[in-house]
Write a protein that binds this ligand. Sequence first.
Ligand SMILES: [Zn+2]
Length: 202
Amino acid sequence: MEIDRDSGLLRGVRYVPSPHQDDRPEGTDVDLVVVHGISLPPGDFGGPWIERLFLGRLPAEEHPYFATIRELRVSTHVLIRRSGALVQYVPFHRRAWHAGTSSWEGRQRCNDYSVGVELEGTDDLPYEGAQYRALADVVAALAAVRPAITPDRVVGHSDVAPKRKTDPGPLFDWDRLRDLLPHEVSPPPRLSRFRDSRPPSP
Ligand SMILES: [Zn+2]
C-alpha cells in the first residue's frame, strides 16, 4: 500500500471527500495515528450510516440514536470495514475531525498533528484479522512518507481522550497490531552533516 504524496491519498483506495476537514496548522509535523472504533447504530455493521455521518448526511429520523448525534461534525482520514476494505475521507495532509478534545504526551488538540483511522466495530467485540492487517498496511504506508510515525506513535482514542472515550475498546489487541508493524525505520543517511563538519577552532 502506498500514499500518493501530491494528493495525500492511498493509491487504489476509494476516496469520498468529507466536508468535515480543514488545513492543519502551518508547519505541523504529523507524527501520531489515533485508532478508533465506530458502528452506526452502535453494534450494527455493514450499513451506509458511518459514511453518511462522515459526509454530514446522517438522517436524524432514521434511528433514535442518530437524533442524539445530529449536531456532530466529524470525519476520519480512513475507515476500515469489518472485511478490511478501506475508504478514505480526508487527505493525510489535511486535518480530519476525529479526536475532539484530546491530548497526548502533554500536546493538546491531537487532530492538528494526527491521522485518524476508524475501525468498524464496538468496544465489546474483537476486531477482525483483516482489519488489523489493513491498519498495519496504512501505518506502514504513513511511516514510509512520515518517518516520525513509529509503532509507539499509534494510540487509541481512549488514550488521547481518556475521560470521554473508550474506543477502540479493551478487546483491541495492541500486541497483535505491533507484531504486524515494521519495527525498524532506518533514518535517512545524513552525509551532509559530516561534510559540513569543520575542525574545532583553536
Ligand atoms: Zn473515537
